[in-house]
Design a protein. Structure first.
Length: 111
């Protein structure tokens, strides 16, 4: 059985309101199971984010987490992302309403 590992350590959007890939699952195997997510807002105002899980060569269109707000100086547990499987070669995309303001930490099992 695969062990949970750190997949993303403080991944951040560099562009506001633009989905950006922060992790791609290996193409061999059965994909990656997300076991834990933390979304931190270190800014001085509330921020929002979306998260997308897409197949290989697919664009992020329909978010897994459509819209979440993270209060300033607080964290969110990534409800709706944890427990999901990223297919082989697929990616986890995130989108925030401000650049360099929301930080994503993700753990999972590459199976």
């Amino acid at each position: 059985m695969a062990t949970s590992i750190l997949l993303v350590n403080k991944g951040v959007n560099t562009l506001a309101d633009t989905p950006e890939s922060i992790y791609t699952s290996p193409t061999n195997g059965n994909g990656t199971i997300i076991t834990a997510v933390t979304v931190a807002n270190n800014s001085t105002s509330n921020k929002s984010y979306k998260a997308y899980i897409v197949n290989k060569d697919e664009l992020p269109v329909n978010p897994q987490t459509p819209f979440r707000i993270v209060i300033w100086a607080d964290i969110d547990a990534g409800t709706g992302i944890d427990g999901q499987t990223i297919p082989p070669g697929g990616s986890l995309y995130v989108e925030a309403n401000a650049a360099n303001a929301v930080y994503f930490t993700v753990s999972g099992k590459e199976t």
